[in-house]
Design a binder for this molecule. Structure first.
Ligand SMILES: [Fe+2]
Length: 196
């Protein structure tokens, strides 16, 4: 059954999603990306790049890996072609630290989760730093999980609004912009993946 705009808006940063009661109070309701009121286009793909490491640990909290950086709660839904939520989809992320460095020896700022029964994914992390040639971004692979049969893995990247480097980055795609809220103590970023 497709989820409505109201479901998407109200349900994202609900209590079970968040890691602490303080964040429940702070979490804004962000509108979905894209609006799931018509047949949405599948999320565009983007190149994997050179820094993917397979077999990342399963965990929601990547921020514990680092002691520097601006706190970021990032999440959203994974939905199918008709906007029905996909439970058990695997969302695997990897990103640079606040200084733009990847951990290519271990799994710092790398991890994967499965979407919950409502199709939600989320990570507590930090805002990634820029590195030469690239605007700010988070890498993602979204796999259909056990229930998904032979569906392809979606490899893409998420971008941040208002970044001066976006226009100069040839991999930048405005369809892959996070919707952001918050500042200061913690920022919130939302993206809803639409599987083809
Ligand atoms: Fe990258």
């Amino acid at each position: 059954m497709p989820i409505s705009r109201r479901d998407l808006t109200a349900g994202l940063f609900a209590a079970p999603v968040l890691l602490s009661p303080m964040r429940v109070a702070a979490a804004p309701a962000l509108p979905p990306t894209p609006a799931c009121d018509d047949r949405p286009d599948p999320t565009p793909r983007a190149t994997e790049g050179p820094f993917f490491t397979p077999l990342s640990p399963r965990r929601h909290d990547l921020a514990a890996d680092v002691d520097r950086g601006e706190a970021l709660l990032v999440g959203g839904f994974v939905v199918g072609p008709a906007c029905a939520p996909v439970a058990g989809a695997v969302v695997d992320v990897w990103q640079a630290d606040h200084r733009g460095r990847y951990d290519n020896d271990g799994y710092r700022l790398r991890g994967h989760v499965e979407t919950d029964a409502a199709g939600r994914w989320w990570f507590a992390t930090v805002v990634p730093g820029r590195y030469p040639g690239r605007t700010r971004h988070i890498h993602v692979k979204v796999g259909p999980g056990k229930a998904g049969g032979t569906g392809r893995v979606l490899t893409t990247q998420l971008f941040f609004p208002g970044e001066p480097g976006n226009a100069r980055d040839f991999l930048y795609d405005e369809r892959l912009l996070l919707r952001m809220a918050g500042d200061g103590a913690e920022r919130f970023g939302r993206f809803d993946f639409v599987l083809g």
